[in-house]
Ligand binder design. Structure first.
Ligand SMILES: *Cc1c(COP(=O)(O)O)cnc(C)c1O
Length: 382
């Protein structure tokens, strides 16, 4: 069996193990400690945000953001349909109702026109949405200005799900720092990982202080255990934050490598009719290219589909995946309100994520490319 090439595997630098060892040597294994404090400072410095709380996952960060935005049972929360389920699940944890919005075809993220339509209609129906969760999928910035203007105009708190977009910028400002709060993830497949983890970031100190309080079981200031609010166990451990500190040292390298993967695929595949890429629309958008995503349009490829490519890669022990299946098509979310045409459905039908790890070798990339181009042999060149 040939060596497995993964879609987006962890990639450790050199310092991670030392910070972890430091935690062991000082017996600072328990939840909080110097690695957590320094990892939070690293995130603040990197993104330019005012405050950060390191948490157990990106999902936990979204859940806390919704609680801090005052989302309660029966409230409505607007979000992108084209995302991973972890964006939507916490809305349901709160007993709130997700309102799912389709993508625009430029960045594949939330369509500002559909957003406006949905806000107006929800207000007309008697309920103003309590929050907007804007996703920057695959590291590609959404149309931030348009969406932020809308959130401001209707005075609805904006939460950015930048779980896939650490290091991406819009107009040279980090994603996750435009909204009232931003969410990061350090899950195993993300651009950097702590094996599992996340963060909530904001310029508002009170919100981040409150998130830390809620994330540590909401203990009141008393010598005994005293609670006036429901709490959560959502903090990051000091051991895992050690991995995060090491990963921050290599984040810029990872971005360079992921961007070079994108460029490599594009240089070699865009000459084929019917093949296109998720790309930065103009200089305002800088993507970390967490994953390189292609569209395979069978009408122009003499019938060759993304499944043909995916299965050919699978036969070579190479992992590739269809794009995220939109939430309004998921059995668990299909009955919630949805605003859209067919954009995300079409993307799901013809899109594929290619292996994009920052630790891919030239040989790995060559193997992926060769497998794809063999499948495309019959296709006309542009
Ligand atoms: C990974 C991811 C999350 C959740 O992060 P976890 O750390 O895995 O809980 C949320 N939203 C999106 C878009 C993601 O890709």
């Amino acid at each position: 069996m040939k060596k497995r090439i993964w879609l987006s595997p962890p990639h450790m630098g050199v310092s991670e193990i030392n910070y972890v060892k430091e935690a062991f040597d000082t017996n600072w294994i328990a939840p909080l400690g110097p690695n957590v404090d320094q990892f939070e400072r690293d995130l603040i410095e990197y993104t330019g945000v005012g405050h950060a709380a390191a948490l157990s996952s990106g999902t936990a960060a979204i859940h806390l953001a919704l609680i801090l935005a005052g989302v309660k049972a029966g409230d409505e929360v607007i979000t992108s349909t084209f995302t991973f389920s972890a964006t939507v699940n916490p809305i349901v944890y709160q007993g709130a109702i997700p309102i799912l919005i389709d993508s625009e075809s430029g960045t594949w993220n939330m369509d500002p026109d559909l957003l406006e339509k949905s806000i107006k209609e929800r207000i007309r129906k008697g309920k103003k949405p309590k929050a907007i969760i804007l996703v920057h999928l695959y590291g590609m910035p959404a149309q931030v200005d348009e969406i932020k203007d809308m959130a401001d105009q209707y005075e609805i708190p904006l939460i950015e799900d930048a779980a896939e977009a650490l290091g991406s910028t819009y107009k040279e400002k980090a994603l996750g720092t435009y909204g009232l709060m931003g969410v990061l993830s350090f899950n195993g497949n993300k651009i950097i990982t702590t094996s599992g983890g996340g963060a909530l970031i904001s310029d508002n100190k009170e919100l981040i202080d409150k998130s830390r309080f809620l994330a540590t079981q909401a203990r009141d200031d008393a010598p005994h255990y005293q609670h006036s609010e429901v709490g959560y166990n959502y903090r990051m451990s000091n051991v895992l934050a050690g991995i995060g500190r090491g990963q921050m040292e290599v984040l810029d390298d990872h971005i360079k490598l992921r961007r070079s993967n994108f460029q490599y695929y594009k240089d070699h595949l865009s000459k084929y009719e019917g093949m296109s890429f998720l790309e930065e629309p103009n200089k305002d958008y800088l993507s970390n290219y967490w994953l390189t995503c292609i569209l395979v349009n069978p009408a122009q490829t003499r019938g060759i589909t993304r499944e043909d490519i995916r299965l050919a890669l699978q036969d070579e022990n190479i992992e590739a995946r269809p794009l995220w299946k939109p939430m309004h098509l998921q059995p668990v979310f299909k009955d919630y309100p949805y605003y859209g045409g067919g954009t995300s459905e079409k993307l799901f039908e013809i899109g594929l994520c290619l292996p994009s790890g920052s630790n891919m070798t030239d040989e790995d990339r060559g193997r992926v490319l060769k497998t794809i181009t063999k499948t495309l042999e019959k296709i006309k060149l542009r």
